[in-house]
Design a protein around this ligand. Structure first.
Ligand SMILES: [Zn+2]
Length: 192
C-alpha cells in the first residue's frame, strides 16, 4: 500500500488484507502440524522406550507417555481456542515493575517483571507481562494509549502511532523503524 493510504493514526487495515489473512492461515497450518507432532512425540517415544529398553517397563512407558501426550494435547487445544477468540480494544491504565524471586526467598536470585494493565471497553482488565529482558511492550505502551488485540496473531496494535519511532511486527514481534512498510525479519506487512 502506498504511504499516503497508511496514516499513523487509526487502526491498520493490514489485519484484514488478503495477504495477512493468507499469512495467518499458513501460520495456523504450520503451528497445527507442530502441535500434532508434539502431542504424538511423547506417547510414541515412550512406547518405543518401553518396547526396546530394558530399563523402562512397557506399562510404565505407556502410562507416562499417555499422560504427557494428553497434557500436550490440552495445552494445544487451549492455545487454539484462544487464537479463535474475539479481539478486544482498550486503554492502557497502569504500568508496573515488579521484582520476582525465583525461590520466593528475598535473598535468592531474582528478575524483573514488566506489567502493562489495559482496561478493555467491555470493562475487563488485561495484562501484558514481560519477564527479565522482555520489556518491549512495557517501553512501547504509555498510559492512555488506545490498543487493539489481534487474537489471530496474538499481538497488540497501537491506535496512535504518530509519535513513534518504532513499530513491532504483529506476526514475528521484531522491532522495526516506523518508516518500514514490511518487517525486516519476516517480510510481512506491518500494521500501519
Ligand atoms: Zn516480522
Amino acid at each position: 500500500m502506498p504511504e499516503e493510504e497508511r496514516p499513523l493514526v487509526g487502526w491498520s487495515r493490514v489485519a484484514d488484507s488478503p495477504e495477512m489473512l493468507e499469512t495467518i492461515k499458513k501460520n495456523r497450518k504450520s503451528s497445527l502440524g507442530f502441535a500434532v507432532v508434539l502431542t504424538l512425540l511423547f506417547p510414541v517415544g515412550f512406547l518405543l522406550a518401553g518396547l526396546f529398553s530394558d530399563e523402562m517397563p512397557l506399562n510404565d512407558a505407556l502410562i507416562i507417555g499417555g499422560v504427557l501426550g494428553l497434557f500436550m494435547l490440552a495445552l494445544n487445544l487451549w492455545r487454539f481456542a484462544n487464537m479463535n477468540q474475539r479481539g478486544w480494544e482498550g486503554v492502557v491504565v497502569k504500568k508496573l515493575e515488579k521484582r520476582r524471586y525465583e525461590k520466593r526467598e528475598i535473598s535468592g536470585p531474582s528478575y524483573m517483571e514488566y506489567i502493562v494493565l489495559i482496561k478493555t471497553d467491555g470493562g475487563k482488565t488485561k495484562r501484558i507481562v514481560g519477564r527479565k529482558w522482555d520489556r518491549d511492550m512495557y517501553d512501547y505502551l504509555e498510559i492512555g494509549d488506545r490498543v487493539r488485540y489481534h487474537p489471530a496473531v496474538e499481538t497488540i496494535e497501537k491506535y496512535d502511532k504518530s509519535k513513534d519511532e518504532v513499530i513491532y511486527c504483529n506476526v514475528c514481534r521484531r522491532r522495526n523503524p516506523i518508516q518500514n512498510d514490511r518487517c525486516e525479519r519476516c517480510n510481512n506487512l506491518l500494521f500501519k
